[in-house]
Design a binder for this molecule. Sequence first.
Ligand SMILES: NC(=O)c1ccc[n+]([C@@H]2O[C@H](COP(=O)([O-])OP(=O)(O)OC[C@H]3O[C@@H](n4cnc5c(N)ncnc54)[C@H](OP(=O)(O)O)[C@@H]3O)[C@@H](O)[C@H]2O)c1
Length: 415
Amino acid sequence: MAKSKLRKSKAKPARKAASKKRGGKSPSKKASSGKTKAKTKPKPKPKPKAKPKPKPKAKPKPKPKAKPKPKPKPKAKPKAKPKAKAKSKPKAKDTARTQAAKEKGGGSSSKRRRSRSKRRRTKVGFIGQGLMGVPMAARLLQAGFSLQVYNRTPEKAKETVEAGATLAETPADAAKGADVVIIMVSDDAALDAVLFGEQGASRGLKRGAVVVNCSTTSPTIAFRAATALRSLSVRYLEAPVMRSVHAARDGKLQILVGGAEDDLGKARKVLESLGSDIHHVGDVGKAATLKVACNVLLACLTQAFAEYFVLARKNGVPFETMMEVLHAGPLDSQALRDAEQIVVNPGGRPNFYLRHMHNDLNLAMELAEHMDVPVPLAAVTRQLLATAENLGMGQADCGALVELMSKWGGVAMRG
Ligand SMILES: NC(=O)c1ccc[n+]([C@@H]2O[C@H](COP(=O)([O-])OP(=O)(O)OC[C@H]3O[C@@H](n4cnc5c(N)ncnc54)[C@H](OP(=O)(O)O)[C@@H]3O)[C@@H](O)[C@H]2O)c1
């Protein structure tokens, strides 16, 4: 009871303030409220005339006072004006940064402050600090989220911890109290370990939390994870990503989401800090399937590029000419540009390990078998990736297929 009274007493001034604000902004509402006040004052004028005559003598005097009172209406206006002036003054005092943000359409600084403090209140757990996990975690910290991070090899989380995250000793600790838990690990086995292992995240998750698995994993484990977490009142989204390390650093990943729309709503703000395109593909399993299909395309494109390369090089076409033709024509793509880097920058830091691509094609073959569909190019490319991995190229970039073809073709990559 006391609480409801309190709420009422707080709400009234808020409404009054709101109506005052509206009055300042909306001339029509202001005019109408002004009129009602003016009517109540002048109305008594005719009444006294009709009722006691002696009183009207006393009242006619106030009448002239009441007449000027309608003038106080303008007094009410000035009351509203100073408020407006008071608001506009600080606007004039806005910093150059605020002004620049407004010019960019960034909204008021208070609005941005509110959303930043909201993000600070959103606790995010992050599991996996590999090539992708580190720049993704950095994005979340930049966006203002409070972050607790876990990695099996803790040293790899150093950069993230130095940037402001708390280091968790176990996946369960990373999940403790978190509203959203992002997982970015290698494969199905790793996902299973960090979610359901002895000290897995499932042991630390609170009810209502959302687990977002950004790793490329199978639809099979997605169903299993979603079902097991549902029994803990935890939601599960799969959110495999397209593009690579640079896009992760710039918050420009393409994110394919599988799961309930409501659950996506809960994690959307976090995902928006990581990616520029968020595609809700459908239920759990759909996004995982689409991601695997995309990687079949990517792997086959890379292998096709490797074959283009050996054919043209062995016949003496300069590498630069081959590239000019590709970049200017309809076959240009980011996938080809990534594969090109293997030649341009041999021994450079990999962006996407060949062993992960091999794993993805294994997933594709399992899916194809299960669905009974033919994927002959994927089958051959999978074998080539397996060969490359057996030759010690697993930790190289997946563009190393070019290197393999170059060795087999007896043609130097450059020169
Ligand atoms: N790199 C890309 O361009 C790219 C793009 C799109 C999607 N992806 C996908 O994103 C995922 C991560 O890729 P990445 O490039 O970041 O791979 P990565 O550098 O190899 O990182 C893998 C992460 O998984 C952890 N991990 C592996 N096995 C584990 C286990 N059994 N228990 C606990 N943690 C384990 C690793 O921990 P340790 O550090 O202790 O080994 C590491 O943190 C993969 O599914 C990949 O296919 C990658």
